[in-house]
Design a protein around this ligand. Structure first.
Ligand SMILES: [Zn+2]
Length: 105
């Protein structure tokens, strides 16, 4: 996965194209992510009791990672992070434009 939790991503396809948001959850096996405020779906629920009235719940639905680009915290560009190995032997993702490390190492 080239996108990690807590990353800021820009949506490049679909109804929410152009929006940016924080990654709330990643599903590595499915290559899908949930982005804060993006891809709301409306779910209609039936009233179960007086305490639980029915209605429409809006919730973020997962989107495919190919629909987003990671936003570099330093240069602000939407980039495809490169993977690299640092001097200490740690793996990191870096911005392909300014070489800033993105996310946790
Ligand atoms: Zn950058």
């Amino acid at each position: 996965m080239r996108v990690a939790k807590e990353d800021t991503v820009k949506i490049i396809a679909g109804n929410d194209k152009g929006k940016t948001g924080k990654v709330l959850k990643v599903f590595p096996g499915k290559e899908r992510i949930i982005v804060e405020g993006v891809n709301f779906i409306k779910r209609h629920t039936k009233a179960r009791s007086r305490m639980e009235p029915g209605g429409i719940i809006e919730k973020e639905a997962p989107i495919h990672v190919s629909n987003v680009m990671v936003v570099c915290p330093r240069c602000g560009a939407g980039v495809r992070p490169r993977r690299t190995t640092l001097a200490e032997g740690k793996r990191a993702r870096i911005c392909s434009k300014c070489n800033e490390i993105i996310g946790k190492v």
